[in-house]
Design a binder for this molecule. Structure first.
Ligand SMILES: Cc1ncc(C[n+]2csc(CCOP(=O)(O)OP(=O)(O)O)c2C)c(N)n1
Ligand SMILES: [Mg+2]
Length: 332
């Protein structure tokens, strides 16, 4: 067995990761088709091109582990196991959505799947994941909390405060930076004084690892190590996965600020086709099995969108429901 083969995840994990990547990509393509044809309208920040990171995450975490992600979160949400129908319904702001259609694409939460929340304020989810990790440590539940965020978020104060505290208290947290090269229209190199996000880890005395975020096998390996370390009580890890947002910051972004050669190279390195080819080459998938996985993904996505589009939107009065909890009587 070669060194590469020995370090690969088992075949069933690799197949699972391909299933997740296919489901995420099918869902993303359906959203983009609906938006460009005018079939529906919603806000959307495509994670197209970042599927390998989510697949590694979905395969490395336990079902009861906890995740905080961002507005660019469809891939993470699918991978964490948020049911597709209610997830899509939330994206399309329908009453059948995970948050009754009141959160929309930017604020998707589904605690039963361990998806604590998705945030729209850059960097704001990171300290929340640290709080969730602290709660897990206090409960002794053995759960790990993952903060998933972009390269741009590493310039915020909340990133530094959160990572400092998590390192100090050895909290069971994994800091997962999906470095897609840009924060809105600003290239990473224009916004950070260090060569790589992972260089920041040394400042907090924690391990850091930088991997090819378009390779699910490598992402899975690095995440498994970080999750194991967190679960064992040894504290957090900063993991930087390099990747690219293939459709820009928001849906409709013409990406005029991205050099043509960079975009071309990123398209050639896109993870879904690359992984499919590799699994076929390694004998983990047969062509017919791959086609069946892709057919099932299309069917599942088709059903989720058909159900969501047939559902109602919340009434205006709903805005006042679920805002505060019931009075406990303590302050009465
Ligand atoms: C605190 C804050 N500042 C600015 C913004 C505007 N904004 C929205 S997304 C974004 C870029 C964030 O980039 P990155 O963290 O790399 O994530 P990506 O969008 O690339 O996934 C910015 C600056 C915001 N939402 N919140
Ligand atoms: Mg970014």
């Amino acid at each position: 067995m070669s060194e590469r083969e020995a370090s690969l995840p088992p075949a069933h994990v690799r197949r699972r990761m391909y299933e997740l990547m296919t489901l995420i990509r099918s869902c993303d393509e359906r959203v983009r088709r609906g938006l460009s044809s005018g079939e529906f309208a919603c806000t959307y920040w495509p994670a197209t091109g970042q599927e390998a990171i989510a697949a590694g995450l979905g395969a490395a975490l336990r079902a009861d582990d906890l995740l905080v992600t961002t507005y660019r979160g469809l891939h993470d949400q699918v991978a964490k196991g948020v049911p597709l129908g209610p997830l899509v319904a939330e994206l399309l702001t329908r009453t059948t959505g995970v948050n009754k259609g009141k959160g929309g694409a930017m604020h998707i939460a589904h605690p039963p799947s361990g998806l604590v929340l998705s945030t729209g304020i850059v960097g704001s989810g990171i300290p929340i994941a640290v709080g969730v990790g602290l709660a897990a440590q206090l409960r002794g539940s053995g759960q790990v909390a993952v903060a998933s965020f972009g390269d741009g978020a590493t310039g915020t104060g909340s990133f530094h405060e959160a990572i400092n505290l998590a390192a100090l208290w050895r909290l069971p947290v994994v800091f997962l930076c999906q470095n897609n090269g840009y924060a809105e229209m600003t290239a990473t190199a224009h916004a950070q004084p260090v060569a790589a996000v992972v260089d920041r880890a040394a400042g907090y005395g924690i391990p850091g690892e930088r991997v090819d975020g378009n390779d699910p096998d490598t992402v899975h390996g690095a995440l498994a190590r970080a999750v194991e370390r967190a679960r064992s009580g040894a504290g957090p890890t900063l993991l930087e996965c390099t990747t690219f947002r293939l459709w820009g910051h928001y849906f409709g972004d013409a990406m005029t600020y991205v050099p043509a050669e960079q975009l071309e190279a990123a398209r050639l390195a896109e993870p879904v086709a690359r992984y499919r080819a590799r699994l076929l080459q390694d004998g983990v998938l047969e062509e017919a099995v791959a086609i069946e996985i892709e057919r099932q993904a299309l069917e599942e996505v088709g059903a989720a969108f058909a159900a969501a589009l047939a559902a109602d939107r919340p009434e205006p009065e709903e805005a006042f429901v679920d805002v505060y909890g019931e009075r406990s009587g303590v302050m009465a």
